[in-house]
Ligand binder design. Structure first.
Ligand code: ADP
Ligand code: MG
Length: 542
């Protein structure tokens, strides 16, 4: 596109920044590697934690790759793409984020070497894609069907929680994860966030943590005259209000004497009496209302021995519906017995030193549950919650898919070995790219060994040798540093964690490799980020 008269044609706005060719690739790869390196040391059971301090000075201590990357305030566009990989992995399967990002970083590092040897990025991209497809097949091939085996579910939960600083309480927490996931798996399509509510209580010991087949509401009953405890609860979930709407300003009612005033009030009371009458007729003894409940209604509810709470959050209403089998009713006058949900007990009581809460308990066939976590500090509770979430996801996946693979780097060694064999069937430079892919996948057992303080190269050699003998379930024994059978050790993971990690890593790496031109618009005046006050921003706009 040289200018006809030899004068370069400028097509970009003044102030734009442009990197092309190898320069662009090198910079992009460096940024992606930097992200991968930042979380490499957190991988595995012996991974270290990171302490993240936000702009308000609040600290998070975590070992969770997804959390670290979410909290990192990354400014580089390529680094942002890598962070997206972690997010995608986290949304898809809830675990394996560190693995995905490490592999992506490694794929790019190897690509850089190949580019230096004049292998064109297009060839690398094509080689990586072929290898990725192979890897999926190899993983499926080595996976094991464990449908209906509940002992494996506990092991899956434990592997997902290993290294998160909660080892001592693993037995308790993995059981909770398995029970909760099993309960919510009854629904066709579940979104864990919409069916498991985690309630964190500071104080008490982790051992007091428990699963509640129902829901814990951070609410008090509306009126002290209402019962504190209702057994054999029949629950109404009401979307609308139980109060007379405030008169709008242009509605004008002229009340001239006290008599009229009284009858107006009586009118309001009558409406409420009728509405509560409908609730009583339907047979409800507990009412959860998403909007307001007025004084008159509250009075009638209490008089009829009904326990009620108002302004219940939207997500809690949905959870209540799943847990108790109730329908969410819009118009209270149409409510019938069929709309009500049921459970053994609804009770208001205190948990630890916290304020009163309403417990909805003993829901038979609950498709939503609450998990009550006790812990000494908030920072610890947050990490416990993240570990539990990871475990819930993977257990749910295995309940559904039934397929697992051994952990401890075994699948990565197997994939690398098979892909190297495949590479020998190829000719030309693609062979180099396919072999590089195998090396990149092996960075996982390398990092596991390194983080546990074992010699990474020796460990890798020992593992490869076992696999060459056909022992494909052998991975790194984190206690001894030697290869051992991961199935016997109980270190197992869902197949999906591995297939998804390799897939997301390859997609991100190839996307970045295909870029050979970075055109950045001139940075306009910097705007404060959400949560940042303009005065934090002292840099001038140019
Ligand atoms: P990710 O974010 O990728 O899940 P983790 O820090 O959770 O990263 O580490 C996961 C890796 O640790 C997996 O390769 C898994 O097989 C391995 N792992 C977990 N528990 C053990 C164990 N007890 N022994 C060996 N490897 C383990
Ligand atoms: Mg994990």
């Amino acid at each position: 596109m040289a200018g006809l008269s030899g004068i370069p044609i400028i097509i970009l706005k003044e102030g734009s920044k442009r990197d092309t060719g190898k320069d662009a690739q090198r910079r992009n790869i460096a940024a992606a590697k930097a992200v991968a390196d930042s979380i490499r040391t957190t991988l595995g059971p012996k991974g270290m934690d990171k302490m993240l301090v936000d702009s308000m000075g609040d600290a998070t201590v975590t070992n969770d790759g997804a959390t670290i990357l979410r909290e990192l305030d990354v400014d580089n566009p390529v680094a942002k793409m890598i962070v997206e990989v972690a997010k995608a992995q986290d949304d898809e399967i809830g675990d394996g984020t560190t693995t995905a990002v490490i592999i992506a970083g490694e794929l790019l590092k190897k690509a850089e070497t190949l580019i230096d040897q004049n292998v064109h990025p297009t060839v690398i991209v094509s080689g990586y894609r072929q290898a990725q497809t192979k890897a999926q097949a190899i993983l499926k091939d080595m996976s094991i069907d464990v449908s209906g085996d509940s002992k494996t579910l506990t092991k899956i939960a434990q592997t997902a929680m290993t290294g998160k600083g909660i080892e001592l309480f693993m037995k308790k927490l993995s059981q909770i994860a398995v029970d909760a996931a099993t309960a919510v798996a009854k629904t066709e399509r579940v979104d864990l966030e919409e069916s498991v509510k985690i309630v964190k209580i500071t104080g008490g010991s982790i051992e007091d943590s428990e699963i509640n087949y129902g829901l814990v509401l951070e609410k008090e009953r509306l009126d002290p005259m209402m019962p504190k405890k209702v057994e054999k609860a029949r629950i109404l979930l009401l979307e609308g209000t139980l109060e007379i709407k405030k008169l709008s300003t242009d509605a004008k009612i002229t009340i001239t004497d006290a008599q009229e005033m009284a009858s107006f009030k009586q009118g309001e009371e009558k409406v409420m009496a009728d509405q509560v009458g409908a609730i009583v007729r339907a047979g409800a003894n507990v009412v959860f209302c998403q909007k307001g409940i007025g004084q008159a209604a509250s009075h009638y509810l209490a008089k009829n021995g009904i326990l009620a709470a108002r302004r219940v959050k939207d997500e809690d209403m949905k959870l209540l519906a799943l847990a108790t089998g109730a329908k969410i009713v819009g118009d209270v006058m149409t409510v019938t017995a069929k709309d009500l949900g049921s459970c053994k007990l609804v009770e208001e009581r205190k948990l630890g030193k916290d304020k009163n809460m309403i417990f909805v308990e003993g829901c038979t066939n609950a498709k939503a549950v609450s998990v009550i976590l006790h812990g000494s500090t908030e920072v610890f509770l947050d990490e416990m919650e993240r570990a539990l979430e990871d475990a819930l996801y993977v257990v749910l996946d295995v309940i559904r898919s039934g397929r697992i693979v051994p952990g401890g780097g075994a699948p990565e060694i197997r994939v690398a070995e098979k892909i190297r064999q495949y590479a020998t069937t190829l000719t030309g430079r693609e062979q180099l790219a396919v072999s590089a892919f195998a090396d990149a996948v092996e960075s996982i057992p390398l990092a596991l060994a390194e983080n546990a303080g074992f010699d990474p190269v020796n460990t890798l050699m020992a593992l490869r040798s076992k696999h060459q003998q056909g022992l494909q379930t052998y991975g790194l024994n984190i206690k001894t540093g030697d290869p051992s059978d991961m199935l016997a050790e109980g270190v197992v993971e869902p197949l999906k964690v591995k297939t998804q990690a390799i897939k997301s890593a390859t997609e991100a790496a190839t996307m970045i490799l295909r870029v050979d031109d970075v055109i950045a618009a001139k940075q306009e005046g910097l705007k404060p980020k959400p949560g940042q006050s303009p005065s934090d921003y002292t840099r001038p706009p140019y």
